[in-house]
Design a protein around this ligand. Structure first.
Ligand SMILES: Cc1ncc(COP(=O)(O)O)c(C=O)c1O
Length: 392
């Protein structure tokens, strides 16, 4: 069988390897505690599931959905943006439901990137940005995110010869994996930069509702002129614990939204309608669940950060998102450190280098693990023989 170069050159998705290692250990009867994947352990709120069950009973929803989604869902998304960020979107032209935001994030490159084009991508970053650009025949140009630049890309450092070929810019705040946040000034700077070099901006914002200590992230769409040059991806996955149902959205520039709609109409047949009704309920129904979940995550965040710092692993409490970005102790690479934890105490963390070369020196710890597992994992870490040797 002769596979395409495209697929041969594509590395396996980051978590495929992690999932395989966990499965192997579990098959040997070992008790593995995973802090690896950002997949909420708390169930989808009851009222959302009730709506889903009700919609599933209706034969109208047993048939092919429209690829572009129900008009009522477009409307619910537009209303949510208005309520949450004070932005009024044209529900028909500036909103597009997605089969989980990953689907749109992965497909948007095909709307902008021709072979030889460049896309600016943060490093470290959610791996799908890079993979989709490479699949579309483009070339990623990496913008380092580090402690010195507060994990915000330094746009002024991108060379002129790169900018000449650049069509797309990815940003993501609250950020996965670093936990960094961005304010409106940063987004305004991004808009100016994009206007100057005629670059389309894709802001990925699935963590905007997972926040701590009263912090409220802004939307990229609130920046002046954002709608002329960019789109924002969002998701119900993390806000409403709906990762399993696969539903998200893109909003913003009507030309970009239409391009994605045309592409998708050729590729997929939309989101199961019962799930679209559940999403409408999530977006328009009671919102107390968000604060309830955040209270749980915030407690976990504090437990994790305090514990890490107490054993000499440096980590700062993030203001938002589901992850703690912790420094790897001296003497280990991020992969070596993650492997040591897995092999010696059955604790899974994600090595920072998996998100790009500038993620080296860090591990990512997810807060989506039930409290009992979290406490057990942390106490294993505290008792780990390697702790005694930890030093920076
Ligand atoms: C930064 C980022 N973007 C997009 C996604 C995809 O989310 P979903 O496809 O569940 O909407 C994730 C999931 O972890 C993520 O971390």
């Amino acid at each position: 069988m002769k596979l395409s170069k495209r697929i041969e050159n594509l590395p396996p998705y980051l978590f495929v390897e992690t999932t395989r290692k966990i499965a192997e250990k579990k098959a040997r009867g070992e008790d593995v505690i995973s802090f690896a994947i950002g997949d909420p352990d708390i169930p989808t709120p009851r009222h959302i599931i009730d709506r889903l069950c009700q919609a599933a009973q209706d034969p109208v929803n047993h048939r092919y959905p429209e690829s572009e989604g129900l008009p009522e869902l477009h409307q619910a998304i537009a209303e949510w943006y208005e309520k949450r960020f004070g932005i009024s979107l044209d529900a028909a032209k500036e909103v597009l439901p997605l089969i989980g935001s990953k689907e749109g994030v992965a497909h948007i490159a095909w709307c902008f990137i021709d072979p030889g084009d460049i896309a600016l991508v943060p490093d470290p970053a959610y791996p799908t940005y890079k993979a989709s650009i490479v699949l579309a025949g483009g070339q990623p140009y990496y913008m380092p995110l580090n402690e010195k630049n507060d994990f915000l890309p330094d746009l002024g450092n991108v060379p002129a010869h790169v900018l000449e070929k650049t069509k797309l810019l990815w940003i993501n705040y609250p950020n996965n994996p670093t936990g960094a946040v961005a304010d409106i000034d940063f987004f305004n700077r991004v808009v100016k930069f994009a206007q100057q070099y005629d670059i389309t901006v894709c802001h990925d914002g699935p963590y905007s509702e997972v926040t701590f200590d009263g912090y409220q992230p802004v939307s990229f769409m609130q920046a002046e002129g954002a709608r002329e040059i960019g789109i924002e991806f969002h998701s119900l996955s993390k806000s409403y614990n709906m990762t399993g149902w696969r539903i998200g959205m893109a909003v913003g520039n009507a030309i970009a939204i239409n391009a994605l709609k045309v592409l998708k109409s050729n590729l997929d047949s939309g989101i199961p309608q019962a799930i679209q009704y559940a999403a409408i309920e999530a977006l328009t129904g009671p919102q107390d669940c968000i604060q309830e979940h955040n209270t749980i995550y915030q407690k976990r965040r504090d437990l994790v950060v305090d514990m890490l710092n107490s054993i000499g692993i440096e980590a700062k409490p993030p203001k938002a998102g589901l992850y703690v970005w912790a420094k790897v102790p001296k003497g280990y690479t991020s992969v070596e450190f993650a492997n040591a934890l897995l092999e010696e105490i059955g604790v899974v963390v994600t090595p920072g280098v998996g998100y790009g070369e500038h993620g080296e020196g860090y591990i990512r710890i997810s807060l989506t693990i039930p409290d009992a597992g979290l406490v057990k994992g942390l106490s294993r870490l505290a008792g780990w023989r390697g702790v005694k040797k930890l030093a920076y």
